[in-house]
Design a protein. Sequence first.
Length: 254
Amino acid sequence: MSYEITARQVEIEVGGSGRMTAYLARPDDAETRPVVLVGSELWGLTGEVREMVRNVAELGHVAIAPDIYHRFGTEGASGMEENDANRQRGFEMIGRLTRNDVADDLSAALAFARAEANGGSKAGALGFSLGGHVAFFGTARLGLTAAAIYYPGWLSVAGTALSRPEPLVEVAAREIADGGGRMLLFWAELDHVIDAEQRRRVDEELTAAGVRHESVVYPGAKHAFFFPGREMYDKDAAEDSWGRVREFFAAELA
C-alpha cells in the first residue's frame, strides 16, 4: 500500500542541552502508527537521509531522524558534503558523543514522534554505518522492538565513545535480549571498515545473549552499498536488503 506523505523539519528540546533538529515524516492520515528512528551516516541529515525518512513513512510508519551532532554545531542539521575536511569534522564529533547524550537524543526524538505525530507504542530503528551503530545502541537502551541495521562499524572494537570503555556489542547484546528486540543486520563482504572477524564477533555475542537476529552478507559488496549515485552502490544488494526491511518491519511492528 502506498501513502501520501507529510514531512517536515522539527526542533526538539533535549533536557538541558538545548534544541535538536530532526526530520520527520508520516502518512498523511490520523491513524496511530509505529515509530521508526532513522540513524544517518557520518554526514548528518543529508538529502539521502531525508529521502530515507520519507521512504520509511511510505511503509506506513512515523519516521524520524535526529541530528545527534547538535551539541557541537549546526553542520549535522542540514547534512555535510562528502569530502575529507567534513570526514575529519565528523569523526571529531562522533568522538565526543556519550552514551547518555545519545540516549537522551533518541528518547527525545521518540517522545516527540509519539506526542506530535501520533506515533504508537511500538518502535523500531533503521540505521546506516554510523547510524547503524547508533541504532544498535538505541535498540538496547530504549528497548526497541525491531532494528534493521546496515554495515554498522565499531560494534566489537573501539571507534566511538559509544564503544568505550567496552565494545558496544558486549553491553548492548544483553540489553537487547532483555528487551526482546529482534535485529536484521546487513553486511558487505568487501567492507573496508568491518572485516569478517568483526562480523563473526557480533553474531557470536548476539547468539550468546539470546537475541533474535539474522545477518545477511552480500558477496562482492562494499561499505555504503545502499545509496545510488556512489561508487560503492550495489543495486542487487540494495534492492534485496530493502525488500527484507519492508518484510521485517511489517512483521515486527504491525
